[in-house]
Design a protein around this ligand. Structure first.
Ligand code: PRP
Ligand code: MN
Ligand code: MG
Length: 185
């Protein structure tokens, strides 16, 4: 796995192939569209950087028009786990008052990032907020977040690719893989 990208020695296995990702994204897009058909296009908020691959494929798979915003957040503290104290690195460009917001996230690990983000965005007066998350680790969740659309529940292992990084690497792989433990041990 990862051969074409020069990561062969670093990726232990493929967890979700590109094909399987795309099939699931098409399903998620149909489900979100069914709940957001009118009157105004939903506003997709991509949580940078991890969700960047997902949001582009998801927006193009959505059978209805949507608009796109980006937000970048960062947790303080240790590099390997979120502290729950979040700081905004890049805020939304526009006002979300009265909008139907769909937060697009690559993964819910502890749930701390999303929990903070939901609270933050709720204060801005949107008409509704839903979350679509491609991946979720049920065994890692520390705070329960109400997520309507989830692609895959995955084991509590170190996954990379399709936007997910380890020290900023591997985001460019078109599939989700398991990082070889030798890379972080
Ligand atoms: C990762 C991931 C999620 C978050 C999930 O982002 O993309 O946004 O962590 O973790 P949590 O549920 O424990 O809060 P990260 O902070 O690594 O930034 P990045 O998206 O730029 O990689
Ligand atoms: Mn992220
Ligand atoms: Mg990261």
């Amino acid at each position: 796995p990862g051969k074409a990208y020069g990561y062969t020695e670093e990726i232990a296995a493929t967890l979700i192939t590109s094909q399987t990702l795309q099939a699931k994204i098409a399903e998620l897009a149909v489900a979100v569209a069914a709940d957001h058909h009118n009157p105004k296009p939903p506003l997709l908020i991509c949580v940078l950087k991890g969700a960047v691959m997902f949001v582009t494929d998801f927006a193009m798979a959505l059978p209805i028009p949507s608009e796109l915003e980006f937000m970048a957040v960062s947790s303080y503290g240790s590099a390997t786990s979120s502290s729950g104290v979040v700081r905004i690195l890049k805020d939304l460009d526009g006002d979300i008052t009265g909008r139907r917001v769909v937060i697009v996230e690559d993964i819910i690990d502890s749930g701390l990032t999303l929990s903070w983000l939901l609270k933050n965005l709720q204060t801005r007066g949107p008409a509704s907020i839903e979350v679509v998350a491609l991946l979720r680790k049920p065994d890692a969740v520390k705070v329960d977040v109400d997520v309507r659309y989830v692609g895959f529940d995955i084991p509590n292992e170190f996954v990379v690719g399709y936007g997910l990084d380890y020290a900023e690497r591997y985001r460019d792989m078109p599939f989700v893989g398991l990082l070889d433990p030798k890379m972080y041990l």
